[in-house]
Write a new protein. Structure first.
Length: 130
């Protein structure tokens, strides 16, 4: 099994682009349950913006994130990515411990104009923390 890597979102703007949706077991339609917490798993589609780069991705989280709105800046706690492979398909699955409104969390969000002078080159919108 591949190791999950922490994802550093420093300097990135994270926006909600699809509201939380329950993950379901394909065969039964029952909610998928997180093994660690016992809570149902939800997915939120986010947009990560860092400098001139932007990317959308789905992030799984245990329990339904409350009070999210489309376009709202978000704070993701404990975000990590894990590579997966199934047959001839592969990708990265993202998971967070929690997803909350950035304003509720008291987080500050950097805009592209704020990041202009200090924009660091990255291979993508988020980088793995070492």
């Amino acid at each position: 099994m591949a190791m999950a890597m922490r994802v550093d979102l420093s300097g990135a703007l994270v926006l909600c682009v699809v509201l939380p949706k329950a993950r379901l077991v394909e065969e039964t339609g029952a909610p998928r349950i997180d093994r660690e917490t016992g809570k149902p798993i939800f997915r939120v589609k986010i947009c990560l913006i860092h400098g001139d780069n932007a990317e959308t991705l789905w992030v799984s989280v245990p329990g339904e994130p409350a009070g999210l709105m489309l376009g709202q800046p978000l704070k993701l706690t404990g975000l990590r990515g894990q590579a997966w492979e199934q047959g001839n398909r592969s990708g990265t699955a993202y998971r967070a411990d929690s997803i909350t409104s950035a304003s509720d969390a008291g987080a500050s969000v950097k805009t592209s104009s704020d990041a202009g002078a200090s924009n660091k080159a990255m291979s993508g919108p988020a980088k793995a923390a070492s």
